[in-house]
Design a binder for this molecule. Sequence first.
Ligand SMILES: NC(=O)c1ccc[n+]([C@@H]2O[C@H](COP(=O)([O-])OP(=O)(O)OC[C@H]3O[C@@H](n4cnc5c(N)ncnc54)[C@H](O)[C@@H]3O)[C@@H](O)[C@H]2O)c1
Length: 382
Amino acid sequence: MSSESAHPSPSAPVFRYSITGCGGIIAATHINALKQIPTARIVGMCDIDVTSGKPRADELGAPFFTDYREMLASVKPDISVICTPHPLHAQMTIDSFEAGAHVVVEKPMAIEAAEADRMIEAAERTGKLLAVNFQQRFKPSIERAKQLIDSGAIGPLVRVLVVEPWLRTKAYYKLSHWRGTWKGEGGAVLLNQSPHTLDLLCYLAGLPKKVWGWIRTLYHDIECEDTFQAMLEYPNGAPGYITASTGEAGVQRSIQIIGQNGALELVGDTLTTLRFSPSLAEHLATSSEPFGLPQITTQIETLPGDAGGHYAVHCDMQAALLEGRQPRANGPSGRMSLELANAITLSSFEERAVSLPLDRETYHRLLDDLQAGRRALNRMTS
Ligand SMILES: NC(=O)c1ccc[n+]([C@@H]2O[C@H](COP(=O)([O-])OP(=O)(O)OC[C@H]3O[C@@H](n4cnc5c(N)ncnc54)[C@H](O)[C@@H]3O)[C@@H](O)[C@H]2O)c1
């Protein structure tokens, strides 16, 4: 675990937590993570589903609420953890800031970039910290890749490629009524599974400036996309490509980032790093060999797969508060993947390239039409 996410000292101050959506699947992971942190105390739990939520609160001896605003006013947590379906994230985050709490919100931070803007503005206005739960940024392989990029070992972008299978079955989409619907989550693979994929792409390579998106529902009986691909153009003109699907299985996530000075390829947690000498640009311009390669040195590292997970995200948030810095995935950083997801969807429906920053109004009108049933993905593809 890196210094940013180091385990808190037992003598450090205790932070009081509330958990909203405490009866759900991911809340259990947050509760387990917080139980392992000696400086975390859960002081309030909330869910509209008493059957799933209350037993968890009772087990911890924490007061249980069915109204999160009542909980925030009553227990006044230091940190509000939001584990509800994504369309609720923005309002719950803003209400938490206004009740005096910092926030750890599940990914995606919202369903529209415009909501993320409002969350970031509210964090700034109230002087509170906002962390988006992108726990994969704490995987040792991602930390190593980021360190290589930040050190200049890869250099200016030449090309990016990201592929990730996210298999989900029919049984998965039946777990909760909101899954795979425009109203319930504002998208499917782009808003639920691939926020991690998109986040790692943006964390490592930055936001592209232009997106050509393609989304389809190929494998599941759901309203929204289960498969997407996008062609990307970066600010320096470099090309990129990303694809993911919940109908695909078997291969590991693959990330390739090629730069002028070197390249990295991450397959699962195995990181291959190449270094070019001279740089690609210099080699192209100066080599007398029509087909010759620059000198390439290769290093292969298999890093531990353990993400540190939600534990690392919570440790990082506590450290950020104590050190007066931002958490690793703060609001603007956590918004990148959402803005890209929205742009891919807009580009697909409008069958045109979409430039970033995303035109929030245009995307909002599209999502509004999709949620109201005035437009449909399947109708577009038929
Ligand atoms: N970081 C990760 O890897 C990861 C993994 C899974 C889920 N998630 C995210 O976590 C969120 C929840 O996903 P889940 O799979 O746990 O869903 P879930 O349906 O299992 O849980 C959501 C919970 O929120 C509760 N809820 C709904 N409306 C509420 C309200 N108004 N007030 C209080 N509680 C309310 C529900 O009753 C339910 O218990 C989603 O945004 C999802 O993307 C993140």
